[in-house]
Design a protein around this ligand. Structure first.
Ligand code: FAD
Length: 518
């Protein structure tokens, strides 16, 4: 195999690696097709490889390591912060690694390839009476590898945690082309043991070193979970393709709950959000979701026969879901009713399947609704879309954001996971007006400062990607940043795995590739 030009960053592969059985393409149409992803960032790769299976991934990575070719592992490209695009070799893991095995009912686990679509795994689980409770809204499209790489989460992560809580084992091709299975009782790779020993000796408990004390985090490397027991799965989950390529996963499943009920509550002011989250915690709710006022208007909920009793006149809505045995759900509902009655809050309940599904549809329609609202040159742009703050700080965060967006004369749609303090903010950026890029840069800078001041983190489930990487040192202390750099240096010494993601390259522009041509 020859490359157009030697080492890192300048490699233009000229032909398919010897022995590689998948497809390997460099034609302009293919590069253009792989330049995009769900977010606003477009960066063409230098080549696209589609491995035939996991062994083929290993051959490809071995070759890339020899050649010094950086690679971007890629699932369904539903990720938003540009972790799945970049000027390197894109490796599409969906077509060759989509296998889903049947559920092991005794263990309550399921194995699949990294390219398996999350919803296909969920359907296989459902046939055996199980659920995968961390499913994101994008489950019909995204892959299990992408979920693990981003530590994706869903509405039910409020009670059940993000993807990391449901991954018991991973099959990984490392940056040098070696491969191992981690988790499930296997001995961690030697370099991970050495890394954990060194970082523990240096830092002790990272939570005492300025770790953001928030309920969700998909930013940086999860040292808080990796170090205590040197659990390699926790280091890989959330590593966004920067430490290795996941080729297979074993997932833990949960028995399908006997009953579920949903209650939609109108809040008189943003200040009521922490109280709603506290009630949801008290009743052991599975979800506590937020709809901002703009989304309520866009969805027409104040005149919707199903939702209007909650939505009319509300400053925001929360959707609380209860699940479990019938008596748990009934007593939880009674507690929520006492709260809404005491505060005179409008609410709507759904206990039957059809009404519950309709209330959830309102929540899942958020992204398509926002995309449709982006009209007349305005584009729904995800660049501050995933911050997390302590739940008590959510009202201050939302008010601070309002100020930032008002100064920039930019409207935004807000929704997300109220109970976790993880707020999705989608500015509608008018890319026809001169200076839009400067406005975006200012919004981004000021939002990072706001999140840092509130003790938050920049991503709760979407990952850092390329857009947030240059800001990590505003959130994380110098010693934790140094620890992140050590992780990268030990696991990927040549820097070939998704360079510029999580840790920035020198001079990296966070907005590189945003809405090109605008
Ligand atoms: C409409 C919509 C709704 C969404 N809702 C949610 C939600 O509710 N919750 C949520 O968490 N996210 C959500 N997302 C974001 C996204 O869908 C998830 O983060 C998802 O897990 C990404 O999976 P993917 O297969 O598309 O990965 P990609 O976008 O292809 O990749 C994402 C990152 O993972 C890396 N990666 C992918 N596969 C591998 C692998 N096998 N090995 C190593 N690294 C890999 C990539 O390099 C990249 O850094 C949503 C996105 C959209 C468009």
């Amino acid at each position: 195999m020859r490359s157009g030009r030697g080492r890192r960053g300048l490699t233009h592969p000229a032909a398919s690696p010897r022995g590689f059985r998948g497809s390997f393409r460099t034609d302009p149409d293919t590069l253009a097709a792989y330049s995009g992803a769900a977010g606003p960032f477009r960066i063409a790769p230098t080549a696209v490889a589609v491995p035939a299976d996991a062994d083929d991934v290993q051959s490809l990575v071995e070759w890339a390591a020899r050649e010094g070719t950086p690679i971007i592992p890629r699932g369904a490209a539903t990720g938003m912060p540009a972790g799945n695009v970049g000027p390197w070799l894109a490796v599409d893991l969906m077509p060759g690694l989509g296998r889903v095995e049947s559920v092991d009912p005794e263990q309550g686990t399921i194995r699949c390839g990294a390219g398996a679509v999350a919803a296909a795994v969920a359907r296989a689980a459902a046939t055996a009476g199980f659920v995968l409770p961390c499913l994101p809204s994008s489950a019909e499209r995204c892959t299990i590898g992408g979920m693990a790489a981003n530590n994706a989460a869903g509405a039910r992560s409020f009670r059940h945690g993000a993807t990391r809580e449901w991954v018991t084992g991973l099959d990984v091709v490392w940056a040098d082309g070696t491969r191992s299975v981690i988790g499930g009782g296997a001995e961690p790779p030697a370099r991970m043991r050495a890394l954990a020993a060194d970082l523990t000796a240096r830092l002790g408990d990272v939570r005492g070193r300025g770790w953001p004390l928030v309920r969700k985090n998909s930013s940086g490397y999860a040292l808080d979970r990796f170090l205590p027991a040197c659990d390699p799965v926790h280091l890989m989950v959330g590593s966004e393709g920067t430490l290795g390529t996941i080729v297979g996963a074993t997932l833990r499943l949960m028995r399908t709950p006997a009953e579920r009920a949903v209650i939609l509550v109108g809040l008189p002011s943003l200040d009521a959000i922490p109280e709603a989250a506290a009630i949801a915690t008290e009743v052991g709710a599975s979800a506590c979701e937020l709809f901002g006022r703009r989304l309520v208007e866009m969805a027409g909920l104040a005149v919707d026969p199903l939702a209007r009793d909650a939505a009319e006149g509300a400053a925001a809505l929360v959707l609380i879901e209860l699940e479990g045995e019938a008596d748990q759900v009934i007593s939880g509902l009674a507690r929520v009713r006492r709260w809404t009655a005491a505060g005179g809050l409008g609410s709507v309940e759904a206990t039957d399947d059809e009404r519950r599904a309709r209330l959830w549809e309102v929540r899942h329609a958020a992204s398509p609704l926002i995309a449709r609202a982006a009209e007349r040159g305005r584009r729904s742009s995800q660049f501050i879309e995933d911050s997390v703050v302590p739940v008590g700080a959510v009202p201050d965060y939302l008010r601070g954001l309002d100020d930032i967006l008002e100064r920039a004369a930019t409207e935004a749609v807000v929704f997300g996971h109220a109970g976790d303090g993880n707020i999705h903010v989608n500015p509608l950026v008018d890319v026809r007006t001169p200076g839009w890029r400067d406005r975006v840069r200012t919004i981004l800078e000021e939002t990072v400062a706001l999140v840092a001041g509130l003790g938050g983190t920049l991503s709760g489930e979407h990952g850092d990607g390329r857009v947030r990487a240059p800001f990590l040192d505003r959130i994380w202390s110098p010693e934790l940043m140094a620890a992140f750099r050590d992780v990268k240096a030990r696991m990927d010494p040549a820097g070939l795995m998704n360079p510029g993601v999580i840790l920035p390259l020198p001079g990296q522009d966070p907005l590189a590739g945003m809405w090109p041509g605008s």
